[in-house]
Design a protein around this ligand. Structure first.
Ligand SMILES: NC(=O)c1ccc[n+]([C@@H]2O[C@H](COP(=O)([O-])OP(=O)(O)OC[C@H]3O[C@@H](n4cnc5c(N)ncnc54)[C@H](O)[C@@H]3O)[C@@H](O)[C@H]2O)c1
Length: 268
């Protein structure tokens, strides 16, 4: 079995490391390779893994493989990668899109490639510096519109994770639920930011309000820190805002965060 991971940033390299560990622990005769357009990253990984027997190659070009895991950053980058995956005459390779992609991308773009590849959309719920929520030790939604492809993908991934953790759905719902999850969290944080500003305006203590309110079983008022950052939440709320284009709540949440960020800047 040849596995190729395309996009070796935070997600691609964490996935590669976990796969290497399993391949070694289970003594599998599988090879894993890595592709990235960043030459420095390739050089660094070649050095890091120079003694690993299960490594095939690291390169900027995609070669033939049985399984491709795509973990580049944006939907546009996923589409560039799909164009570059070598076509095979006999068996279709399995292609797992693990990047977060826009729902429009699934609707408008993927159909063409389903003729060439067995495709699943398998987004991450990886939480940096949180070993309990990493690559394979948590529930993840897997989307495909074809039961045979689903079976093939689960057969592959069950080597690395408990298949009971895989939630079956279509490609569209796998993609949409990923941006909904991050946007939901974004809205929760924006509530805290908005109410923190109101507390400051009126002259009351937001942390005391939060402590007392959160003592109720079904309340989880978030902390208001420095504004919503990181590489995922702002990007994914934008993806959902483009799709749920009339959502008043998404618009308000983004405005609240923008206002809160300038409020924090002024306070400094
Ligand atoms: N980082 C997280 O905690 C996290 C959590 C959940 C989901 N995600 C999602 O996972 C995906 C990957 O995120 P990340 O944080 O690893 O991003 P990243 O920016 O760290 O890594 C992306 C890598 O892809 C490479 N790349 C870009 N275009 C390429 C191409 N055409 N061919 C080959 N390589 C290419 C880049 O050089 C980079 O090394 C994103 O869609 C993100 O939203 C990330």
């Amino acid at each position: 079995m040849q596995i190729t991971i395309i996009g070796l940033g935070v997600i691609g390299s964490a996935t590669m490391q976990d796969m290497i560990n399993t391949i070694k622990n289970k003594k599998l005769d599988w090879k894993i390779s890595g592709v990235d357009i960043n030459k420095d990253r390739i050089k660094q990984l070649k050095e890091q893994y120079k003694d690993e027997e299960c490594i095939g190659y690291f390169d900027t070009q995609i070669k033939k493989s049985d399984v491709y895991i795509i973990s580049v950053y944006t939907s546009d980058q996923v589409s560039q990668v799909l164009k570059q995956i070598p076509k095979r005459a006999k068996t279709k390779p399995l292609v797992a899109i693990e990047s977060t992609v826009s729902p429009d991308f699934i609707k408008n773009y993927l159909k063409v490639y389903q003729r060439l590849f067995d495709i699943v959309v398998f987004p991450h719920r990886f939480n940096p510096n949180d070993p309990d929520h990493a690559v394979f030790n948590l529930t993840r939604a897997m989307g495909t519109d074809d039961d045979a492809v689903y079976k093939r993908a689960v057969d592959f991934y069950k080597t690395f994770m408990n298949p009971d953790l895989i939630v079956k759905t279509t490609m569209f719902y796998a993609a949409l639920s990923k941006v909904v999850e991050n946007s939901y969290r974004y809205i929760e944080i924006s509530i805290a930011e908005d109410w923190k500003m109101e507390c400051d305006r009126i002259g009351i203590d937001f942390s005391e309000l939060r402590r007392v309110a959160n003592s109720k079983w079904n309340i989880d008022l978030k902390m208001a820190m420095n504004g919503i950052g990181g590489s995922c939440l702002p990007k994914d709320v934008e993806l959902l805002s483009n799709y749920f284009s009339k959502s008043k709540l998404l618009k308000s949440a983004r405005n609240a965060d923008k206002t809160y960020k300038s409020y924090c800047k002024k306070k400094k």
